[in-house]
Design a protein around this ligand. Sequence first.
Ligand SMILES: C[S@@+](CC[C@H](N)C(=O)[O-])C[C@H]1O[C@@H](n2cnc3c(N)ncnc32)[C@H](O)[C@@H]1O
Length: 234
Amino acid sequence: MTGKILGLGVGPGDPELITVKALRLLRRAAVVAYPAPETGDSFARAVVARWIVPSQIEIAIRVPMESARFPAEAVYDAAARAIAEHADAGRDVAVLCQGDPFFYGSFMYLFARLADARRVEIVPGVSSLAACAAAAGWPLASRDEALIVLPATLGEEQLARRLADAEAAAIIKLGRHFAKVRRVVAQLGLSSSARYIERASLASERILLLDDVAPESVPYFSMILLHRRGGASR
Ligand SMILES: C[S@@+](CC[C@H](N)C(=O)[O-])C[C@H]1O[C@@H](n2cnc3c(N)ncnc32)[C@H](O)[C@@H]1O
């Protein structure tokens, strides 16, 4: 009997925001795999560290963060091979995914390599979108409004064009792109309709007006929520 490959959403950071199902499957898995930076700790692993036991085999998928090398094909090829070998030997493999696996998750690179030939099950997680909205008390969209999600990595013109008509937007992957996004939002006259949310659901969470943010302090785990009416309930 082959093992299952499980893409487990572990939520945005607060360990209490993992689902009952993801936790049950994580505890039963013989192997736990997770994305990690080239050096240092995995954020996804840290979320569930209290439940990982020494008898579980761990696979750290160390991905270079520089965009020129992303998505680091060779790293994902090797990780997919290692995961497949464990599954073929009858071991369930839990792949930890920060937030939700299918919302901009790197799990998709493994899914693309494994899903045709192996049993892969996805367990959805609380996404950063939901966590940021909850943290800021900033409803995402209501009634017939359209919500768009934009990566801050887009060019300035493209961001401006897409935000110009947007009723509600989430701008993710801020990091070093924050100053560019803030400039675009200000040029469109939308600064007072936006909030900056950093590390939602963690003890270090911060929620600020864009003008109060120091661009050099902006981490990867941050986003801007924008709503023309200043939040659906306001
Ligand atoms: C590659 S995407 C992964 C999203 C993840 N799969 C999810 O469901 O939230 C990473 C981006 O999600 C956002 N993000 C993830 N966790 C966050 C958090 N706790 N607080 C604020 N933004 C977060 C940031 O914009 C970050 O750059």
